[in-house]
Design a protein around this ligand. Structure first.
Ligand SMILES: Cc1ncc(COP(=O)(O)OP(=O)(O)O)c(N)n1
Ligand code: 3NM
Ligand code: MG
Length: 437
């Protein structure tokens, strides 16, 4: 993390940017000009204006430039309550309702998301931040760690958000992972005694010396789990005499890294029973289990998430129902749908049909060009789907698209006698392509 610079996270030709302290209007102007020259995927603006000790770090003309020039380019702006107050002409922020109002007002300056950080709010055992996407508010709650070692927490949070976005997270997920990281780092640094000032530094490299810290924090989505996505189909299972549970067990045994129950013609009660049994299987193997379409089933079996398409309930509504910790996948066939899914708080995209398929009726085939267009436009990780099998999976991954994390497969795994053998074979093909990359 740094405080008087912009941090550029570069992957392939794409750039994710986090800004730190920008002490003059002239510097902001130069930065805005430079940003237009880079293929910036996302811009995180940490409006460093007030130090934790309360000192003002910028003059009025800088403030105007922040609001009028930089915020309009930002994907997210992350003021603490003192900075939010300063940005809004000195309004008082004492409550969560005040933070929501502030987030709404700052949103009007043009960023896509606002995070008002409540770490400085007194008298609470929790550190509550307010996330706003222009429509919905999410209150992100963390433990308040009692320590003087808080120097640079805001910079670290913003840097971590940018890093998570670069890894393919949705904005809400990136913010949560970043908040979790800062909380964990504070926890592991709380007793360090370094320097004499009112604030001490904290240890960003705590993970090298400490066991995992998990107070109240949930396991987050890892985009690498999209590598080999097994999607079930009850008609195929019936054809081969497999129960859903046996099919899922076999897919995991063969190396599936994530599973979706896509059960289109099964009664709800039987679906829920099977989903609960599959949750036990997946949990014990550390493989996430998602439910296709059915948010009710996902809630009832505490699944890891839900996959929805363009004619299902929107990801935004699913997020409201599932809460911030669950995984949401959205089927997308165009860059515009990919952009909307990101805005709606999805975690990954399913993009297809890459090849013709008979598993899903009337499914348009996008080919490699369609997949490429979605992957290049997407800020989220993508899994390719549609007609993928052992013969063509390698060619999909060999496209080397930056956001493409894996393949999702139905018939080539489940419309077969031995699901574990088919999965193992496909996994070894994917692994050999990854090794060559
Ligand atoms: C990983 C993945 N990608 C796409 C889909 C298709 O979802 P949807 O468009 O909602 O169609 P149905 O699967 O519901 O028929 C998917 N299920 N999984
Ligand atoms: C469920 C689904 N969704 C698709 C999409 O393009 O969004 S294609 C598809 C079916 C994939 O099955 P198979 O691996 O048997 O071709
Ligand atoms: Mg669907």
């Amino acid at each position: 993390s740094g405080s008087s610079s912009s941090r550029f996270f570069r992957i392939c030709r794409l750039t994710w940017v986090k800004t730190g302290m920008l002490p003059s209007a002239g510097i902001i102007k130069i930065l805005c000009e430079s940003l237009q020259k880079f293929p910036v995927k996302a811009l995180v603006v940490d409006p460093v204006m007030v130090s934790t000790s309360g000192d003002s770090l910028s003059d009025p003309s800088t403030l105007t430039y922040y609001r009028d020039e930089l915020f309009a380019m930002a994907d997210i702006v992350t003021p603490n309550v003192k900075e939010a107050s300063k940005l809004l002409g000195g309004v008082s922020l004492h409550t969560i309702a005040d933070m929501r109002d502030a987030a709404e007002s700052i949103y009007k300056f043009g960023p896509r998301y606002v995070l008002v950080k409540g770490g400085d709010m007194p008298d609470s055992s929790e550190a509550i931040d307010v996330f706003y996407d222009g429509k919905e508010f999410v209150e992100l709650r963390g433990h308040r760690i009692k320590t003087r070692n808080t120097h640079g927490t805001g910079c670290t949070l913003a840097s971590s958000i940018a890093a998570e976005l670069a890894k393919g997270s949705s904005m809400l997920n990136a913010v949560q992972v970043a908040k979790n990281f800062v909380e964990s780092a504070l926890h592991h640094s709380k007793d360090l005694v370094i320097g004499n000032g009112p604030q001490g530094p904290f240890d960003h490299l705590f993970r090298l010396r400490c066991p995992p810290y998990n107070i109240g924090s949930q396991q987050r989505f890892n985009p690498d789990s999209l590598f080999l996505y097994a999607v079930t189909d009850s008609r195929m299972n019936k054809r081969w005499g497999h129960s859903i549970e046996d099919a899922v067990k076999a897919a995991i045994e063969g190396g599936a890294t994530i599973v979706q129950l896509r059960e289109k013609d099964i009664e709800s009660r039987a679906f829920l029973e099977a989903a609960k049994a599959c949750m036990d299987i997946c949990k014990s193997s550390g493989v996430p289990l998602l439910i296709n379409d059915r948010v009710d089933i996902a809630l009832a079996c505490n699944a890891d998430g839900v996959h929805v398409g363009q004619s299902d309930i929107s990801a935004r509504e699913v997020r409201k129902l599932l809460g911030p910790g669950k995984i949401i996948g959205v089927s997308c066939k165009t860059p515009a749908q990919a952009e909307q899914a990101w805005r709606d708080g999805a975690d990954y995209l399913g993009c297809g049909g890459v090849f013709p398929t008979t598993t899903k009726a009337n499914n348009p085939t996008l080919g490699f060009e369609g997949l490429k267009a979605v992957c290049l436009a997407s800020k989220l990780p993508v899994v390719a789907i549609g007609g993928i099998n052992a013969t063509n999976a390698g060619s999909v991954m060999e496209l080397g698209l930056p956001n493409l994390k894996g393949v999702a497969v139905v018939s080539a795994l489940f419309d077969r006698e031995c699901v574990s053998t088919e999965t193992r074979n496909l996994r070894s093909i994917l692994t050999s392509v990854r090794c060559l990359a």
